[in-house]
Each structure stands twice: as C-alpha cells, then as structure tokens.
Design a binder for this molecule. Sequence first.
Ligand code: NDP
Length: 327
Amino acid sequence: MGFQFQKIDNKESDAKNFVVGGDVEKVKCLIIGSGPAGYTAAIYASRANLSPVLYQGLEPGGQLTTTTEVENFPGYPEGVTGPVMMEDLKAQAERFGADSRWGIVTSVDLSKRPFKAVIDGQKQIEAESLIIATGATAKYLGLESEEKFKGSGVSACATCDGFFYRGKNVAVVGGGDTAAEEATYLAGLCNKVYLIIRKDYMRASKAMIERVERTKNIEVLYEHTTKEIVGSNVVEGAILDHKGTEVRIDIDGFFVAIGHTPQSDLVKEWVKVDEEGYIETLPNTSKTNVPGVFACGDVIDKTYKQAITAAGSGCRAALDAEKFLAE
Ligand code: NDP
C-alpha cells in the first residue's frame, strides 16, 4: 500500500506541516545524528536492548568525516582518518544490533510521548525516547578560495590539524575565545601564528587576551579582513585588507575560528536552547526539558567540541534513556 500524505488535524502538527500515511514504525529509542555522540549512544543503547534506530542525517559520520588524520582519540595509537574512525564506530554500533539508516529527520513533534518524527518528509516514526546528537557546524568566511583549500591548508579545528603545521607559519581568523585558544595552541607547535581580527579589539575573555599577548610568536593583526587565500595546490599565503590597503602574509595553514552553529533548528521549538542555539541539559545529565528527550555531543557543547567528549556525552544520553524507559 502506498503512502497517503495528509496533515494531522491539530494545531501543533499543522504548524510543522506534519505528514502521515502508510505504516507508522514504533521504536524504543530514536537517535538523530551519526557523529561520535550518536554512534556511542547507539552502542550503549543497543547493548541495553533498546534496539535503537539511528538516522545519519545530511552528513553521515558528522564533522569528523571532513578531517584527515585523528590522532587524539584514545585507542588508535597510530592515528586514524576521520572517515575510517566513523566507519569503525558505525560497525561497532551495528555489531550490537543498532539500526543505522540513511535519511534525514525532517520534522518532529515532541509535544507528548510517543514522540513523532518524519523521515525525508515521508516516513513516520514513533519513539518512546529520543536522543538528539545533531552536532554543530563550523562557520567559514564564505570565500571561494577557502572552499578550494579545505583539507589542504584550510581547517576549522586546530586541535585536529595543527600538528601538520609544526615549525610552519599559520594564520587564525577570529577574535573570540576559540580563536585565542587555537592561536595559543598553534603557537606551541608552529613557528609563527598570525591572528586576524576584523575589529580593533578582541572579543575573547581578558585571561585569553592576556595569554595571546604574552605569547611571543603570535602577531595580532587588528582591523584586518581576509580577501583571498592563495597557493597552487596547497595554501601558500593570504591576501588581507587593512583599511583599504592590501597586505600579503606567507602561511601554510589557515585556521577559521569564527564560531560554530549548533544544529538545533529541528527541535528548538520543543527543547530549550540558549541564546546561541545550544540545547540546554540539566547539569551532569543529558536530560533536556522534555522528559524522554536527551541531547549529547556538539549540539550541547560550546566549550570542548572534541570527538572524545562527544562520545562520552553520547554514552550518558544512552544511559539516561535506558534509565528513563526502565522507570
Ligand atoms: P564567538 O562568537 O565568541 O567569536 C567569534 C569571533 O569570530 C568574533 O571575534 C567575531 O568577530 C569573529 N567573526 C565572526 N564572523 C566573522 C567573519 N565573517 N570574519 C571575520 N571574523 C568573524 O565564537 P567562539 O567560538 O570564539 O566562542 C563561542 C562561545 O564559546 C563563547 O561564549 C566563548 O566564550 C565560548 N568559549 C569558551 C572557551 C573556554 O571557556 N575555554 C573556549 C572557546 C569558546 P566580531 O567580534 O567582530 O563579531
């Protein structure tokens, strides 16, 4: 029998353009997102017999699939590439029965349990518990040359990629705490770090500004913006604008640290988010304001944003979901 699409006749769902029709699949635990948080939640939930169903989303494997080498995830003494690590996590979750599927959750209704989710605008799922592991995306400047060098000199993660620029010159863009942290981290590895800031001051906390100022091999370029990143096959330099004058810097790496966008749009009508869109959880738990809905990984984390911290919080979410369902 084919699907019949129609709107549910109630106000909440009307607003969300909910579609129904066909069979509704019922699951104990639905996980949205396929980064380290989502797959770790799936490993724990499947081992707890929750038969989790995980939807991989727009970027299967999450942000790590855009990184080359991951050398700081425990258990990989020789390092591992981001895509391979995500395949490993997926295989581990599937080994215990997690059902990892292609597909995007296009809308949810979390007004009551079971929670409703629509996949790819068609298939409807009802879930006794929901784990949101939708992650965050790094913001980029939006330059064509930046796009061209992603993975060959342009990065949004100093802790992931900084190691490859040991002894070299790099630039970091941004004036917030992340940029200040990335610049000081890179200064410990690199010959020289240019910190490119568009205003005439840094937005970062006082302590971080002082750290930057104390670090001898960081040169802060206030009131500079990036016009273009240049190079033949890899990054060799950047053309900056300083009050109408072009300035060229010679660099091998270009790190963008202008903030992240948490992927909470899908749920923020139901689940409490802070002013930047990060999902709020009760301290030391993965519990959101909606009983039965848990959140983990970068969509709740504005500070650490590491694969290992995301994995740890995915574990918490599955344990919290298991306890919730048992009660
Ligand atoms: P922020 O939003 O604080 O800062 C972003 C920076 O990027 C700003 O300086 C901003 O400039 C600049 N920027 C934004 N868009 C552009 C652009 N198109 N071109 C050039 N520059 C641009 O983001 P962060 O990631 O630094 O921090 C996010 C939150 O996380 C903050 O609350 C921060 O305090 C927190 N954090 C805390 C840490 C800690 O406690 N250890 C570590 C890291 C982050 P402008 O100022 O001109 O808008």
